[in-house]
Design a protein around this ligand. Structure first.
Ligand code: FES
Length: 131
C-alpha cells in the first residue's frame, strides 16, 4: 500500500456525473478540436450535470488551445470527489440529473476537507504546469 496519496491520473473521472475521464476529455480535445470549451459537452455529456467539473474542463481546453502540455491536477481522486461533495452540499441547485451518479450523502465530519476548502467554490485551480 502506498504511503502517499495517489495523484489524479488520466483514467480518473473528471466528470463524475457522466463518468468521463480526463483521458477521454484529452482525446476529445485532440481529435475534435473544439473551438469553445462548452463543446466538450459533446464528449459523453461532460460538464452537463452538476457543473462541478466545468472549471477543470475549461482549464484543459485552454491549455490545449494554447498548445501547452496538459496541466497537472494536484489533487488525489478522493480529494477531487470530496470537493465535489462539498460543492453539491453548498449548491443544492447544482444537483446532477437523476439518471447520473447521485451525489453521495454528506459526510458528518470531514475535517480534512475543511482544511482544503474555502468559501469560494469551485476552489482555486489545483492545476499546475508540469516542470
Ligand atoms: S461532475 Fe461533471 S457535470 Fe457533474
Amino acid at each position: 500500500m502506498a504511503d502517499f496519496p495517489l495523484r489524479f491520473s488520466e483514467d480518473d473521472e473528471l466528470c463524475v456525473c457522466f463518468h468521463v475521464s480526463r483521458r477521454q476529455i484529452a482525446k476529445f480535445l485532440r481529435l475534435s478540436r473544439p473551438r469553445l470549451a462548452s463543446q466538450c459537452s459533446e464528449c459523453y455529456g461532460a460538464g452537463t450535470g452538476c457543473g462541478w467539473c466545468i472549471p477543470f474542463i475549461e482549464k484543459l481546453f485552454e491549455s490545449h488551445a494554447a498548445g501547452l502540455d496538459a496541466p497537472v491536477l494536484d489533487l488525489t481522486p478522493e480529494e477531487y470527489r470530496a470537493r465535489r461533495r462539498e460543492y453539491l452540499r453548498r449548491n443544492p441547485e447544482a444537483r446532477p440529473p437523476a439518471d447520473t451518479t447521485p451525489p453521495p450523502p454528506p459526510e458528518p465530519e470531514a475535517a480534512w476537507t475543511d482544511r482544503l476548502l474555502t468559501d469560494d467554490m469551485p476552489p482555486e485551480s489545483p492545476f499546475s504546469l508540469p516542470d
